[in-house]
Design a protein around this ligand. Sequence first.
Ligand code: 3HC
Length: 288
Amino acid sequence: MSVKKIAVIGGGTMGSGIALTAATNGIEAVVVDISEEQLSRAKEYHKKQVARAVSKERMTQEEADASLAILSYVNSLDEASDACWAVEAATENIDVKKTIFKHMFETFAEHVVLATNTSSISITDLSSAIPEAANRVIGMHFFNPVPVMKLVEIIKGKETSEETTNATIALSEQMGKIPVPANDSAGFVSNRVLMPMINEAFHAWTDGVADPEAIDSIMKLGCAFPMGPLRLADYIGLDVCRDIMMVMYDGLEENPKYLPNKKLVELVEAGHLGDKSGQGVYEYGKNN
Ligand code: 3HC
């Protein structure tokens, strides 16, 4: 059975990307965020992306208008309560997510799947916030930029039902994505592999093996990465990278190999978060 309307909780980079991907695949999407500024940014991003798709002839003007018409933006979860699917894409912090999940449980009908776009947090831990509905909680991990990246990493918690899993696989396909399962271990597969590589790139930089430009060029030209690991860290957000590494450190027996590099932590503490703050490993112009 196809999904008609999804609620996306969190209007940041990932949330707005998920909503756009839903809408361009014919699924009504409501973005929920307490910040008006975040909602306006999401709306602008949606307009800009469909206009680009039209100019590139990947979409007709009618299709673009139809996509924008099924996107909406609201400040409270209550205004999205008629959705038949919910996906949380808020800050990577377990306490924040648990509070949101309790609210999601109270808001949506009892058949609604309560998915999370967490990058690293245990689904079983998260679902302990709503034991009555743990069978409806699942990890639905998208990748940035969501409209472009094909993967959805699907993570079942201990209590996640087969029905929830099958419905999540079906929705991912309805959104034009390829779902691939991973077990519920900190960082799952994607970040378990990606984050140590990013961290090692920082170590190579701070150990003086090469400067950031050279590290990124070597990995792009020699290993066929679309972006070098330091450029990618800025793109993901250095704060997000640090948070994911700490979730892995805590969740994987405090193995020091997952501890974030000192330089990475210093940049975050100085507010240099990457593309979104205009400075990270690299400096960016206003339009990056
Ligand atoms: N939203 C929508 N579409 C976008 C986009 C965005 N934010 N950014 C780029 N695109 C589209 C462009 O419109 C363009 O499409 P077109 O050719 O049809 O017009 C296409 O992507 C290519 O974009 P560009 O030509 O501007 O630039 P590049 O060719 O350099 O590609 C990139 C940009 C797709 C971001 C590419 O550099 C890339 O794949 N980088 C690696 C991204 C990656 O690894 N993501 C995963 C991060 S990890 C993660 O998300 C997990 C989390 O838990 C941390």
